[in-house]
Design a protein around this ligand. Sequence first.
Ligand code: DPP
Ligand code: ZN
Length: 880
Amino acid sequence: PRTIYLKDYQAPDYLIDETHLTFELHEDRTLVHAQLVMRRNPARGSGLPPLVLDGQQLELLSIRLNDRELGAHDYLLDDRHLTLQPDSAEFVIDSSVCIHPESNTALEGLYKSGKMFCTQCEAEGFRKITYYLDRPDVMSKFTTTVSADRQRYPVLLSNGNPITSGSEDNGRHWATWEDPFRKPAYLFALVAGDLWCVEDQFTTMSQREVALRIYVEPENLDKCQHAMDSLKRAMRWDEEAYGREYDLDIFMIVAVNDFNMGAMENKGLNIFNSSAVLAKAETATDAAHQRVEAIVAHEYFHNWSGNRVTCRDWFQLSLKEGFTVFRDAGFSADMNSPTVKRIEDVAYLRTHQFAEDAGPMAHSVRPDAYMEISNFYTLTVYEKGAEVVRMIQTLLGAEGFRKGSDLYFQRHDGQAVTCDDFVKAMEDANGVDLAQFKRWYSQAGTPRLEVGSAYDAEAKTLTLTFRQLCPPSPGQAHKEPFVIPVDLALLDGQGRELPLRLAGEAAASGTSRVLAVNEAEQSFTFVDIPEQPLPSLLRGFSAPVKLSFPYSRDQLMFLMQHDSDGFNRWEAGQQLAVQVLQELIGQRQRGEPMVLDRRLVAALKSVLENDGLDQAMVAEMLSLPGEAYLIEISEVADVDAIHAAREFARRELAEALFEPLWQRYQANRQASRQSAYVATAEHFARRSLQNIALSYLMLSEKPEVLEAAQEQYREADNMTERLAALAVLVNSPFEEAKAEGLALFADRFKDDPLVMDQWFSVQAGCPLPGGLERVRALMQHPAFTIKNPNKVRALIGAFANQNHANFHRDDGESYRFLADQVIMLNALNPQIAARQLAPLTRWRKYDLSRQALMKAELERILVSGSLSSDVYEVVSKSLA
Ligand code: DPP
Ligand code: ZN
């Protein structure tokens, strides 16, 4: 495969003003006719260079230039392009191709999911539908006519507004849709199927009525309400928070079972993985409800940040994704608890994105080269990209940021632009210079920020010294200093925030502030500090860095109690737990008996006994740092010691805190029994504490706890409680209860694929010995199919990413298993294959023996035969 470079970007030679598509859908083939009204791009000068259209896996039936039918000598055709010579600056191309959605297992372009036809065109799927300039800076007005068998496909959808429809006398019918907005081809969508819909309405800020429809297969009609409510909340929120109004008369969502990603923001016709839209109490957990709310909002928000203003090229992907993740995080924070949302996002970023940043696929938020763009829909582009936008907001303040986003939307509406354009709008609206800040877009890797403090009792000053350093990443040996916004406060002995005045300032202003650290080493001196304070640093995780400050365990306990920043209270608890766990890991490695620092017990006891604390915060604070995070922060990860130490700590805590945990559990379970399920923050909080309490309590192996788990499992009216109870049974030594629970569950939910995904995941994640054998057996289960991405993620992905003890078994059998699956998937679905590889790419983190085993599997994949560009890129970069 060829590497594409950002530095080679050139504007298109030709533009497509209008695109008129006709699809004739059949069971054994689909005919696509495309009429493209084109012209020379004036920005590229005069003269008529050859026109190079993208096209893959298309059977060309005919092609015309204006009214002239072209023969084989009039064009060049290879497996990626069709090249021809225009003879005037304005012309029309008419092409007819035959494609095969019915055998498309890659799920890119037009394909079948179950009985319905659907599309996924981002990033480069449209070229598998017709010959086109398949690049986001070519924006065109589309009309689409779909014709299909009336009985099988009563619903025919595409982007924009429905214009006309009719019947043919051969049992077929057709519909024509027109999208009045110019858009790049990656936002094209088509759906045909036997679908039912839930309908609602939204009145926009300028009093326009918008019809809202969620299309699903009939058995899922009762699982759409939560998505519909979320959509309406998102539409209102975008008006209020960003001044963005919806622009078409209709907004549609379609749920499909087979989908490579979460969802897709096609103009007016979002296509969703069913897991990101369907939710009701009996079948979806609280986490799933929150994920639906967030993804529905995310895709809706793309209508402005992505569709109205789109990307110039795919290197700019974070322009829309980072910004839109930032926007959906703001929405979720407002709908639920901002602190809890921030904790979840940071824990996720630090565990997974930091690992990506430290691995062989590390790339900057705006990458400068790729072989396969599908490989760059990453945590770095999405989550770190959102952090970069968040830092801009932190530096400019909420008002300044809003001025910047208003200017961005106004200036670039209808355009395909770059990350630089986004930052320029922020600069121009605020009269600031963000040139150095932009290194966040171009430099990969996670900066370390070491902070030291020196208190001068006589002068009453505190000097904080910051040293930043970013490790090398592939292709970037040396990094220039970043601008790191450090939000901080100084706490006195009672935990009160001290007034802040930097040396040289006339007066103190406020008790917390943001320092912009922008040199490799830099000091800030605060004056009028009456006593030695304890700094609360990087509040709310104000920058995606690895902060280190030499806190003692006692100081961390103090911050856990007193920090007025909720995020930092949690963070202090995490740091305390990390210190304690690392001590246990060391003891284990030296063969010493493990001894838990009782301060962790005391700290969590006071959290549990604090009735004033939000229950969701209590649950977060009770959650020890995960194994994946402990692996990420290790120099060389000792998986066995990490697992043993963490399990030991959990058992010790369960024993020491049995009483308060049991009380909390019973009170919350009682509350659940007494009220029907509602998807609100307060109830999420109650159930999350109840369930983490149960997972600790179960470690005691007491009969009353087993009974409670079984009662919860049987009697719960919702999936959150039922699944948590099943998980503790699965992870317990109670073989009979476990087998019974699993069998009952599978029997009850066998016809609901999304619920069965959860059943697979719970078992895939079970750390008890024999994990690989269990996963192999589950692959034979009738509900499993490797052709469905959700199933692959639920079973194979959950095993390789979450079950560290079993995935890293020392004979390398699990590595071999994963490589076998990747080789199989490579032929079926390259995007999914490449994604499943991630755990193997992290081989440098482990001991030499595991390194050798993991590398051997990567090498075996490399020589296994015709690799897709997706898999080739990941494997070759991992071995480089
Ligand atoms: N653009 C999509 C998203 O919303 C990716 N399929 O992230
Ligand atoms: Zn997105």
